[in-house]
Write a protein that binds this ligand. Structure first.
Ligand code: 5AD
Ligand code: SF4
Length: 462
């Protein structure tokens, strides 16, 4: 354990004496991406170690934490809406505490608003100092003052604090933090800082510990995993890391996200092709099919380069599936640019696509581009894109009927409690009929696909 982790651990022990026997509960509201979900597991680990227990829902919690996202404006508006509704509760329940953390807090404009309009928030911290939560909570309790601690940049990466895994059989693992790409629409580099990678040994050690603890699938997380290792002395590549992890005994499946198409190497394709336990479902955000938009987004690849990469992947890994992210309505997007996006979607035949309406983010270069697209046009294009994506996905799913797949069963199906949901090695969602659900969660099973919907398959055990 590092000195810093030890120091926080000591504070956790002190706080637990204070909290013990009080029956206090917490609730974490998590917004945004998998990075935030993983950060919330860390927060949950810290609070549980201190002696808080999980509240049934956010209305009953004694300590409410919102881990925020600012990638699009909608996510921010939700938080301000929730805060507005908390004002009254804060007045009537004096011991009720609210903390805010995550990406939104790293923006000066947000902090100005919070300081002016939402003075009741007890603790505010950012993306770089989650591990300091014990210290911040202690300061809040001891001084009775509200605590704001936002760092403009990172110091050390502190990993070895308690964390509560959501699932026994699968886990996410951070391999790097931050992003250096500065896509012109994106706020992430401003709120998550420059790229910094964890060492290969630290990651392997963590994954080995997880596997010994029963984890069968890991998801490696980074804003751009393909630039893993660039800031480390011995410059390990992502393919090297992946190959080391693939040889860990008992690790059945490795997934990773997100890959930037600009630096998806041939070596990486070889490593994925070579190891059965590396998932063949690849998330490769394209953002747009138009060269001029890609250029103005600063994506550093052309439409043809993206298509070349997909062809290369599919020729080497025949069962690979590609999922993607697409933004509609980037400033200056013409009808022709949008048609180029539709045609690239048809050409690649993505398994699925996360489709987003462009959201203007203050401080990014795209926010000051003049020719913003009207809301009406964007909505029309968005609907057309979703219809195209769904149509391709439905056809793909229909083609899978009769096929056999090995899937990892993960949880009770959201649509039908008599079924379990899992994923194939290629990332396809499958719902399966089982008799005794609890015996199957976390197990790999073989299924035959009996029917298909737009976004998922239905299968029977074989
Ligand atoms: N507006 C809309 N979508 C965005 N994304 C990132 N920034 C914006 C923005 N300003 C999308 C991109 C990215 C995904 C995580 O979020 O498609 O890949
Ligand atoms: Fe944002 Fe681009 Fe970095 Fe992804 S690669 S986090 S879209 S700046």
């Amino acid at each position: 354990m590092t000195d810093e982790a030890q120091r926080q651990d000591q504070i956790i022990q002190e706080l637990s004496q204070h909290i013990k026997g009080k029956g206090l509960t917490f609730f974490i509201g998590t917004f945004g991406c998998q990075m935030n979900a993983l950060d919330s597991e860390k927060i949950e680990g810290i609070l549980t170690e201190i002696g808080y227990t999980k509240a049934e829902n956010e209305k009953t919690a004694d300590f409410l934490i919102y881990n925020t996202c600012c990638v699009r404006e909608n996510a921010e508006l939700k938080i301000f809406g929730k805060l507005g509704a908390l004002k009254h509760r804060k007045k009537t329940k004096p011991n009720f505490m609210v903390a805010l953390c995550g990406c939104m807090m790293q923006q000066d404009v947000v902090m100005d608003t919070l300081k002016k309009k939402y003075k009741f928030v007890d603790i505010i911290f950012g993306t770089y100092n989650i591990y300091k939560l014990p210290e911040l909570l202690q300061a809040r309790i001891e001084t009775g003052q509200n605590i704001i601690d936002i760092w403009k940049t990172h110091e050390d990466i502190v990993e070895d604090l308690p964390s509560i895994r959501k699932h026994a059989f699968k886990s996410c693992v951070n391999i790097m933090y931050g992003c250096n790409n500065f896509c012109t629409y994106c706020i992430v580099p401003y709120v998550r800082g420059r790229e910094r990678s964890r060492s290969v040994d630290d990651i392997c050690e963590q994954v080995e510990t997880l596997v010994n603890d029963g984890v069968k699938e890991i998801m490696l997380l980074g804003q751009n995993v393909n630039s893993y290792g660039k800031n480390l002395d011995d410059k390990p590549t992502f393919s090297y890391l992946l190959e080391r992890l693939a040889t860990i005994d008992g690790l059945r499946r490795i997934r990773f996200m997100t890959s930037h198409p600009k630096d998806f190497s041939d070596e990486l394709i070889e490593v994925i092709a070579k190891h059965n336990n590396i998932s063949k479902g690849l998330h490769l955000p394209i953002q747009s099919g138009s060269d001029s938009i890609l250029r103005r987004m600063n994506r550093v690849y052309s439409r043809e380069e993206y298509l070349d990469l997909v062809r290369k992947i599919k020729s080497r890994i025949s069962n690979a599936t590609i999922t993607t992210d697409i933004i509609v309505g980037f400033p200056g997007e013409s009808d022709q640019d949008f048609q180029d996006t539709l045609s690239v979607v048809e050409e690649v035949k993505f398994l699925s696509a996360f489709t987003f309406i462009y959201s203007k983010r203050t401080g990014t270069p795209a926010a000051s581009m003049t020719n913003q697209v009207s809301e009406e046009v964007v909505k029309e294009r968005f609907n057309q894109l979703v219809a195209t994506v769904n149509n391709i996905s439905a056809n793909f799913m229909q083609d899978q009927v009769g096929q056999k797949y090995e899937i990892l069963l993960e949880e009770t199906s959201k649509n039908d409690t008599q079924m379990l949901s899992g994923r194939t090695d290629t990332g396809i969602l499958v719902h399966v009929h089982v008799n005794d659900a609890s015996n199957f969660i976390g197990q790999f099973v073989n299924v035959k696909i009996i029917s298909a919907k737009t976004h998922y398959l239905i299968g029977d055990l074989i």
